[in-house]
Write a protein that binds this ligand. Structure first.
Ligand code: 7PJ
Length: 268
């Protein structure tokens, strides 16, 4: 899943693809690099980011979405927490809603359940404004698992079947470095829920904290993490760097059939 942020303030590509034409060209580039899905975001959810108005978010996301639907055959995902944006995105042809708030915001569940789209439910502790102030868990794996179970129940009650749901533990969303490492090392823990897993690790600040590197220098770390996730059976990698991630995963996949044990995919 290739990321296209149409925001002035995302931590890595903020401002770069703000003009619609530049964002469109970038999406085409990611498609050429081998993306299976393009994920468009119009609201930065980086720690401390301030919310934008719904209108502003629509103005950023929808024209690009419309153009991509018209001119490519790529499945398009929209990264949003807001029901109005979801509704409009679905109307224009988005096939995936990627919600960092896991359909907890007003009307979000109702909108998504009514249409035959897929949805990614991500775990976040707190809200973007404050989530990195003091993340705390007694048992992070159990707590995130319980959150997934609760959200899956809410979805199923609203008529949104499990077959349409992907789950994401939400790296960096209300998590310390240690929490993120614990998650990365134990992703197969979440495989028992029967939904495909998606992870977003691309150039995240956990690698800054671990290696003291700026976002521009975090590609090798991100690729290592993508491989670690993939080896645990994660179905979808959300990334800024599609070509490099494809290469890394292709090496893994080429080796796997020849491999007696260490590189076999482990699921819980
Ligand atoms: C994620 C996301 C993630 C999902 C962002 C960033 C911050 N959606 N949207 N998972 N992160 N599903 O790209 O670093 O980890 S925005």
């Amino acid at each position: 899943m290739g990321i296209v942020n149409v925001t002035p303030d995302s931590f890595y590509d903020g401002g770069r693809y703000r003009a619609q034409s530049t964002a469109f060209e970038h999406a085409l580039q990611l498609i050429r690099e081998g993306a299976d899905i393009i994920d468009i975001g119009g609201e930065s959810t980086r720690p401390g980011a301030l919310p934008v108005s719904i209108q502003e978010e629509c103005d950023r996301v929808l024209p690009l979405l419309e153009k991509l639907i018209q001119e490519t055959a790529m499945p398009i995902s929209v990264d949003t927490r807001h029901a109005v944006v979801m509704q409009e995105a679905i109307r224009l042809g988005a096939s995936i809603i990627n919600d960092v708030a896991a359909l907890t915001q007003e009307n979000a569940l109702e909108v998504v359940s009514k249409h035959p789209v897929k949805v990614c439910l991500m775990h976040m502790q707190g809200l973007p404004e404050t989530m990195q102030q003091k993340p705390h868990y007694e048992n992070i794996l159990e707590e995130i698992n319980a959150f997934f179970v609760e959200r899956l129940q809410a979805c199923e009650q609203a008529g949104l079947s499990r077959q349409r749901i992907w789950l994401d533990p939400g790296f960096g969303f209300g998590k310390t470095l240690e929490h993120n490492l614990m998650l990365l090392g134990n992703l197969s823990f979440f495989q028992t829920l029967g939904c495909p897993l998606l992870v977003g690790l691309s150039r995240k600040s956990m690698f800054g904290a671990l290696l003291n590197r700026a976002p521009e220098q975090r590609l090798p770390a991100s690729l290592s993490a993508a491989l670690i996730a993939s080896l645990q059976g994660v179905a979808c990698i959300r990334t800024h760097d599609v070509a490099a991630t494809r290469d890394a995963l292709s090496v893994m996949k080429a080796v796997q059939p020849h491999c007696k044990e260490t590189l076999s995919v482990r699921t819980a």
